[in-house]
Every structure is written in C-alpha cells, then in structure tokens.
Design a protein around this ligand. Structure first.
Ligand code: KE4
Length: 428
C-alpha cells in the first residue's frame, strides 16, 4: 500500500473526508488523494516520492512557485522575532501601503485570514453602509463558505435564494438573490423586483470557480452602471484574480472601478492572509472607526504579512507580469491550436495565467454551459495526467494556474503530455 493511501485511511478516521477542505479529497475525480511532502518551484513531491508539475499552486497563492528563496528567507528572519502579538506592527502598515499602491480603487484596507472572512465582512459592510439587507450573487461564482453565499438559484422569477447546504437558514437564503453570470438582464430584473432592498452585487470579475469564465464584453461595465442606477455597491471578489491576472487585479485589466474589493491567495504568498478594501468613506464604517463590527485574532499577523509583502514586492518588479503572461498565453494558445487541429470536443477559457479546459464543445460563457461538461471524461483526463506527473485541480470546475516558476520546458512537457492523454482519451 502506498504511503499516501495509508495516510488517507488514517486521515479519514480523524478528519471529515480525511481533509481540511473538501476539494482536496479528489472525490469528483473518483480517486484517493496523494499526500504532498514538499514543493520547490513549480514541482511538488508526494509522500511516496512521486514528482509532479503543479498547476494548483495551493489554489492560486503560489504565483512565485513553492518555497521561493526570498519568501523563505523573509519568513525565517520574521519568525525569529516572534510569530504574533495581537498588536499593531509595522509590517501591517507596509503591506497596506503596497496593496493601496497596487489597486487604485482601494483607499483603505483591512487584513483578515481567509477569503471567506474577506467576503463575509465585505457584504456586512455593504449592508451596514446602505442599510439594505439583500445581495445579488451569480450562479457558479464562489465567495467562500459564508452562509449568505451557500445559496443556489431559487426557482421563480425572483430567484429567491435556497440554501445549498444544510445549516444555512432559509431566512438567510432569502436575502441572497442569484443572477446569471454574463447576463445583465438577469441582474436588472432582480433590482426591479427588490427596489431599494439590494445592498450590493458581488461578483468574481473573472469567474474562477465554475472553471474559468471571462466576463463578456461590457458585462462588468453594465454591473457598474446598474449598481449606480439602483444605489447598490459593486463588490469585486478578487480573491483569485487579484494580483494574478494583473498587478492591479481584474479591475485594472478591464478598467472597471468597484466600490469594494476582496483579496486573498497571492496576497499571503502561501500563508493565511486575505483582505477587503475600497473607498475610504465606506471602509471607515468598519470598527473601531465605525459601527460595522469585524475582528480577528491573527489578522495581520507578522508571518503572513512578511510572506505576502515579499510576494507583492516581487510581482511588482518591472517585467514580472510581462514574462508570466507571455509564457502563459503562449501555453494556452498552443493548447487551443491543438484542440482545433484535432477537432476535439473541448472548450478552453483562460485569462493570462489562469485557465480551464472544459470537457464540452462549443464554448463556456456561464454556469449552465459549464455544467454541461463531461465530468467523467475529465476524471479520466485528470487520472492520466496525474500518472504522467502533471498535477491539475481535481475538479472540472476549478482553474489551473501557471506560476513564474514554470519554465518553458515544464510547459512544453505539459503540452506534450496533454496531447498524448487527449489522443488516448478521444482517439482510443
Ligand atoms: P478561502 O476562504 O478558501 O480562503 O477563500 C474563499 C474564496 C473566495 N472567493 C473566491 C473567488 C475564491 O476562489 C475562494 C476560494 N477558492 C477555492 C478554490 N476555488 C479554495 C480552495 C478550497 O476551497 O479548498
């Protein structure tokens, strides 16, 4: 028996599903997960010594790759000074300055420990600021596991929310309205049906949790206009896209200014850190400067701030994104060319270094189209790629991430392997 399997059997007795986050259990690809022992650059090694080129990158944070020497060094120096004080530190001032410098719409920022905390806090702030209770989210967008987000599109014109997890009260679900990504009419209908009740629209500006689905032309601009027309705040959930698709996030890439932005993943450089920020007049409503309460024992802790700040400094260096985006776009263009030439029933979506290969033909522009994908075929593709040393997200509805640490030869090897596997899968 492999060491991974031994550990998984033990873990399954100790933790729900043997994991600390569901997607890691490999259930949607019908496999037992491999347990990872170490990572360096773009490679990870499992406890049985198998090495993989990693395209999960801890679900987005590791834009520099694993164990980046400068990040490791700054952590070693920081940990010597103590791990946490529960008191203000200079590092928090420095990372706040850096975030505000990089993301123009953010005039003031609050550090938290996870993307879920950031999004939960952002909608509480929007409700507190507007005095309205309802929010609009989009089918297929994920904003963490806060009660207000675990809602599926209800039936009926108003698409009142219905919980999609036990434990979420109907009363909470009733305040979450669900629209269709890339469909502005579905948003306007909700505003019309719930006048003066909607505090905010929260959206992943590039959806990354139904696979990757870019915004249609003028979709984000339309959301901005609708929020202005109906007096709601526009919240960009950039936990995944922030510092990923552009140093200033998707909002800078597409030139749309949200009222609030949630950030995570890259911002912590692989340590637990996230943030929410935006207009000063809104952020000043947050305790202790204002009445909207939010707090956290380890918010802004020195280790996460050190790793995050070092990461933001490195990705801000001239040419960093030019090179990352050049490499990533070349990879996806070559994959797209292969799909077209081989006439395979696949759809590829990508924005710079985040992308997704859907096992369905004809393109994917929203959740309904994404879920038409053949998840069984995806599972076969995933298993073969894993066997050949390529570690992808174990779900059709996740993104793959290319890091600065992926070399041209790593990407070339991945393309070759992908072509072999796809030919095996489709051409027998
Ligand atoms: P966390 O609470 O997991 O740090 O962040 C929640 C979150 C919020 N917003 C967006 C756009 C996100 O993508 C996420 C978390 N992303 C998933 C991967 N798709 C995290 C992986 C997991 O759940 O284990």
């Amino acid at each position: 028996m492999s060491k991974s399997l031994e550990l998984f059997k033990k873990a399954s007795q100790l933790m729900p599903g043997g994991v600390n986050s569901p997607v890691r259990a490999f259930r949607s690809v019908n496999l037992d997960p491999v347990f990872i022992a170490s990572g360096k650059g773009c490679k990870i090694k499992d406890v049985d010594g198998n090495e993989y080129i990693d395209y999960v990158g801890s679900w987005g944070p590791l834009i520099l790759g694993h164990a980046h020497p400068e990040v490791v060094k700054t952590l070693q120096e920081t940990v010597e000074l103590g791990t946490s004080f529960g008191a203000p530190t200079e590092l928090e001032v420095r990372i706040a300055e850096k975030i505000i410098e990089m993301v123009p719409s953010v005039e003031m920022v609050r550090m938290v420990n996870s993307g879920t905390e950031a999004t939960m806090s952002a909608i509480r702030l929007a409700r507190g600021f507007t005095g309205r209770d309802k929010i609009i989210k989009f089918e297929g967008c994920y904003h963490g596991h806060g009660d207000s987000f675990l809602i599926k599109a209800g039936s009926g014109a108003l698409t009142f929310g219905k919980p999609n997890s036990p434990g979420v009260p109907d009363s909470v679900a009733a305040d979450t309205l669900t629209a269709e990504f890339n469909n502005l009419d579905s948003v306007e209908q909700l505003f019309e049906k719930a006048p003066n009740q909607i505090s905010a629209v929260i959206v992943e500006p590039i959806a990354g949790n139904m696979g990757v689905v870019p915004p249609a032309k003028d979709f984000l601009k339309g959301l901005r206009q609708l929020c202005d027309k109906y007096g709601a705040l526009l919240i960009f959930d950039e936990v995944m896209t922030g510092f990923r698709v552009h140093p200033g996030g998707a909002q800078t890439l597409y030139g749309i200014t949200p009222d609030l932005t949630t950030m995570g993943k890259v911002i912590g450089g692989g340590l637990p850190a996230a943030a929410y920020g935006g207009k000063r007049e809104i952020m000043e409503k947050i305790a202790p400067s204002g009445p909207v309460y939010q707090a956290g024992t380890l918010s802004g802790n020195p280790l996460a701030m050190a790793a995050g700040l070092k990461t933001l400094e490195i990705i801000s260096e001239p040419g960093f994104f030019d090179e990352l985006n050049r490499k990533a776009n070349r990879f996806f263009e070559q994959l797209q060319k292969f799909i077209v030439q081989s006439d395979l029933p696949l759809s590829l979506n990508y924005v710079n270094s985040m992308g997704c290969l859907f096992f369905k033909p004809g393109g994917v522009t929203n959740f309904k189209e994404a879920v038409e994908s053949d998840t069984k075929l995806f599972a076969g593709y995933f298993a073969r790629m894993l066997q050949k040393g390529v570690y992808l997200a174990p779900s059709q509805f996740e993104a793959m991430f290319i890091s600065d640490a992926h070399s041209e030869s790593d990407l070339e090897r991945t393309l070759q392997t992908g072509q072999e596997v796809l030919e095996e899968l489709f051409k027998g």
